[in-house]
Ligand binder design. Structure first.
Ligand code: MG
Length: 378
């Protein structure tokens, strides 16, 4: 029986993981949540045997009286669930907050299905070390990286020429900077093909998400930035492509449905019955270059990735702050890459030698990004 531990149980990945678990007839061993919202309470009542943890409870005494001994509190409690023996951990936490649980799951030698790309972006080298020390397995759940992972299975690394990440282009593909100057959060939250949480949807509209995914791919697959390309593919049928030195290209195709990569991470190396049949007849596959003049966040992510050290973490922290500020109406849509650029320019070029250093960088970058937001919202 799969010992499924689900972190971020009420988010977009979390609810879709519960769908998959139901389909696979798996009862989650444990469920974790950031704050213990009413949705979490409802979910926790549906799974009466699952252990529960809430990182930052809004109402600790209420949750305690409702769930008694089966609930525990604090970030350490979430890490303890991630480290339960022989677990398959799905980390669907949004943002930098997911890093500690990623490390805990890997140090414990567990299988980690990673939907929290920020872990890999901000602390990729340390995540890889934890994976090696623990001897577990890391399987990406991000659709593009799941696609690459599947295309790379059994292939010798020197045979790889390029990794090609596909991007839907988001709701503003083909628009000019002028047209984007007055975009509202409601417009930016309308994603054409994928159903996702708010941050990743805004990140898809700015292409910052694709930038984070380039950095994620670099650390996941140990491939140089020059060998990682991005193409815009509006219909989201091809989830990514590996180009090999012999001129062969392997592409992963399927419905734009996150439950497919989630299920693969759980059943790997096996496959189980899942989504319905996908007919390719009548579908068209179009690919175009991304417009990095309009969508500057993507170019900035490549720059941050190539600089390395703290820069990817700074990029992510600035983006988390900028997206929240945009959603709160404090900065315009085009203010998001502006905040990224200003924060990256202000940050000093120190080295990061530990996860503690990464956390310091994250905190400082957030402060700098908050200053940049203030300057822009004046
Ligand atoms: Mg993705």
């Amino acid at each position: 029986m799969t010992r499924l531990v689900l972190l971020g149980a009420t988010g977009s990945i979390g609810t879709q993981t519960l769908d998959v678990a139901k389909r696979l007839d798996i009862t989650p061993l444990a469920l974790a949540s950031g704050s213990g919202t009413p949705e979490f309470v409802a979910t926790a009542h549906r799974y009466r045997d699952s252990m529960l943890a809430v990182a930052h409870p809004i109402d600790m005494s209420g949750l305690r009286s409702e769930f008694g001994d089966r609930i525990s509190f604090g970030p350490d409690a979430v890490m303890a669930l991630a480290a339960l023996p022989d677990a398959v951990v799905i980390n669907g936490v949004v943002g930098f907050a997911g890093l500690d649980a990623t490390l805990a799951a890997l140090e414990a030698g567990n299988r980690l299905g990673l939907a929290n790309k920020e872990s890999m972006v901000t602390a990729g080298a340390f995540v890889r070390e934890a994976l090696q020390r623990g001897g577990g397995t890391l399987i990406p759940v991000d659709s593009e990286h799941s696609a690459l992972f599947q295309c790379l299975e059994g292939e010798p690394r020197p045979a790889v020429r390029n990794l090609i990440l596909t991007a839907s282009g988001g709701p503003f593909r083909g628009k000019s900077r002028d047209m984007l100057s007055s975009v509202t959060p409601e417009e930016a939250l309308q994603h054409p093909t994928w159903n996702m949480g708010a941050r990743v949807t805004i990140d898809s509209a700015t292409l910052a998400n694709k930038g984070l995914e380039v950095i994620e791919a670099h650390y996941l697959f140990d491939v140089a930035y020059d060998q990682i390309q991005v193409v815009v593919h509006p219909t989201s049928i091809v989830h990514s492509v590996v180009e090999f030195v012999d001129g062969s290209l392997l592409a992963h195709m399927g419905e734009a449905d996150m439950r497919i990569p989630i299920q693969y991470a759980i059943t790997y190396p096996d496959r189980a019955q899942g989504a319905g049949e996908f007919s390719i007849a009548g579908r068209t596959l179009e690919f175009e270059e991304p417009d990095t003049e309009v969508f500057r966040a993507l170019a900035l992510a490549y720059e941050a990735g190539r600089v390395g050290g703290p820069a990817p973490c700074v990029f992510n922290a600035a983006d988390e702050v900028a997206v929240a500020a945009f959603l709160a109406g404090q900065i315009p849509f085009l203010g998001i890459p502006e905040v990224l650029e200003r924060t990256l320019a202000k940050f000093d070029g120190r080295q990061v030698e530990s996860v503690a250093d990464v956390k310091e960088v994250d905190a400082e970058a957030r402060a700098l990004a908050t200053d940049a937001v203030r300057a822009l919202s004046r």
